[in-house]
Design a binder for this molecule. Structure first.
Ligand code: RIB
Length: 306
């Protein structure tokens, strides 16, 4: 196995999905949907997304339960281009579960029971040898794991001069704690998270750039706001708009994870931030044309034809 260039820390879930016509309103029952189960979790999705797009193995730091779901997802990771040595199996804990509803437009709502993900600890980060951090180029994480664990992993990654990406999903004001903020190079909120973090109603490139500039003023050096079908904006000293690839969306679950994993893969191959964002948009576009989180993630061989 060649040296890993990408490290991902994050959550592992099994997604239980009902795909139907409409999302139910509060208190409403909607019938007629189709059910399927898929591997998910923002951390796992991001790790798999990166692993499918790059030649070097992706190191994934995570926790699963000692149940049938945990065994299934571990087996899945072993068939990907991933190093699974730092995934801990937690006894007497259930693997994370996400209940997902998807409507005809591919929009979703998600409720997560984190289970074993909440047992991921600072010790799990400390167990990863120095050599693994020092061989890597990019570290990627999100906010489905305990914040002190996210903070420690970011700090270790930064101490080894990795490019660090924080996908602030689900949004939390904890990102402004110096233990996190000081170690993030690139922050990647979607429009909802950008709104939650800044108060700006993000709906287009102009408002996304406004929110990104606020986040930069708070101390994040680069901010990419993803806008779904409207593309994304990359804001450093300058602001660039990246168009999305136009596709017919079937299921947008994990589109953000596809984007972040691809961004990490592209940066690990030393693409510029703008080119990496373009590549990530393409990976996200492919993912929304297919159902499910990990089943929808793009392979390298597919990227050129988009
Ligand atoms: O980002 C999509 C993911 O969010 C799903 O796979 C679900 O598990 C939740 O973590």
């Amino acid at each position: 196995m060649s040296d890993p260039r990408i490290l991902v820390l994050g959550s592992v879930n099994v997604d239980l999905v009902v795909q139907g016509e409409n999302l139910p309103a509060l208190g409403e029952t909607v019938i007629g949907g189709d059910f399927f189960q898929a591997a998910g979790g923002k951390g796992a999705n991001q790790a798999v997304a990166a692993a499918r797009l790059t030649g070097n193995p992706v190191v994934f730091i995570a926790a699963v339960g000692d149940d049938a779901f945990g065994s299934q997802v571990l087996q899945g990771f072993r068939s990907e281009n991933m190093m699974t040595d730092y995934i801990r199996v937690i006894s007497r804990m259930p693997t994370g579960i996400a209940l997902i509803m998807v409507n005809r437009a591919g929009e979703n709502c998600i409720s997560v029971a984190s289970g074993a993900n909440l047992c991921l600890s600072v010790d799990d980060v400390e167990r990863v040898p120095e050599a693994v951090f020092s061989s890597a180029k990019v570290f990627l994480t999100n906010l489905e794991s305990p914040p002190e664990v996210v903070a420690r992993a970011l700090a270790r990654a930064k101490a080894h001069h990795l490019t660090t990406i924080l996908n602030p999903a689900p949004a939390s004001q904890r990102i402004f704690d110096s233990a996190i903020l000081a170690h993030v190079d690139i922050l990647t909120p979607n429009e909802t998270e950008a709104h939650d973090l800044t108060g700006v109603n993000v709906g287009d490139a102009a408002t996304a750039i406004r929110a990104a500039k606020i986040l930069r003023q708070q101390g994040f050096p680069a901010v990419i706001v993803t806008l779904g079908a409207a593309g994304s904006v990359v804001v450093t000293e300058e602001a660039k708009r990246i168009d999305a690839t136009v596709v017919r969306a079937i299921d947008t679950t994990a589109a953000g994870d596809a984007y972040n994993g691809a961004l990490a893969a592209a940066l690990s191959e030393e693409l510029s931030l703008e080119d990496a964002a373009g590549w990530a948009s393409r990976a996200a576009a492919i993912s929304v044309t297919r159902s499910g989180a990990q089943p929808s993630l793009a392979f390298r061989s597919e990227m050129d034809s988009y």
